[in-house]
Design a protein around this ligand. Sequence first.
Ligand code: ADP
Ligand code: MG
Length: 231
Amino acid sequence: MDENALIRVNHVRKVYRMGEERVVALDDVSLDIYKGEFVCFLGTSGSGKSTFLNMVAGLERPTKGEIWIGKVPIHKLNEAQVTLFRQKNIGFIFQAYHLMPSMTALENVGLPLMLRGVGKAERTKAAKEAMKNVGLEGYEARRPNQMSGGQQQRVGIARALVGKPKIIFADEPTGNLDSHTTKDVMDLISKQVKENGQTLILVTHDRSIADYADKIVTIADGNIINIEKRN
Ligand code: ADP
Ligand code: MG
C-alpha cells in the first residue's frame, strides 16, 4: 500500500454465500489509486467488476481485507457513517441511468444535494450549472421518458457531478448506448473529471472505452491479471 494514494485496496476478498454454495466474486485484490486518475477496470461479465466498485463505495463489506479512502477505513464504517461519507465524497453513474421517472431532469440532477440538506434555491442554481456543463441547457423541465438514452445518461452524469464529489464511480456507463453516443458520453465524462481534478473509477467490458483511461486494470475471475499505464 502506498500511503500517498487516495484509494488503497489491500487484499480484498468477497465471497457470497447462497445456501450451501459459495461464490468467490473477488479473490485477492490489491490496488492503489491516485488523486485525479482515471482508472478503467476491464473484464468480462462475472469477473467481479461491480463487486469491486460496490466494495470501494462501501455498499457492501469485504469478507477479508481493507479499503482506505484518504484516512477513512471504509471497511470499518457502519451503515450510517458510510452513507454520509458517500453523500459527501462519491458520485455514481449507472448503466441504466437510475433516474427518478416522476422527477424533471433538473430535480433529478439536484437530488444528491437535496439528500445532503442543501436548500432549494442553491440546489436549483447548482443543478442548472451542472446541466449546462453536460450540454443539456433547455432540457430542465423534461422527464426521463421524454429524453433519449444519451440525454438521460447526461442527466446521470450531471447528477453525479453536481455536488463536486472527489471520486466518481461509473458501472458500465455506456452499456445501453450506441457507439456514436458512447463516444459523446465518454468524451464528456473524461473532460469533466479532468477539469475538476476528480478521480474516476469506471468498469466496463468494452475495450474501446478503456482507451480513455490513464490506467487499465484487467480483472478475471476475481483477480487483477494486468495493470497497464497509459499516457
Ligand atoms: P461483473 O460486474 O464483472 O459482471 P459481478 O461483480 O457482478 O461481475 O459478479 C462477480 C461474481 O459474483 C459473479 O459470479 C456473480 O454471479 C457473483 N455475484 C455477484 N453478486 C452476487 C450476490 N449478491 N450473490 C451471489 N453471487 C453474486
Ligand atoms: Mg457488473
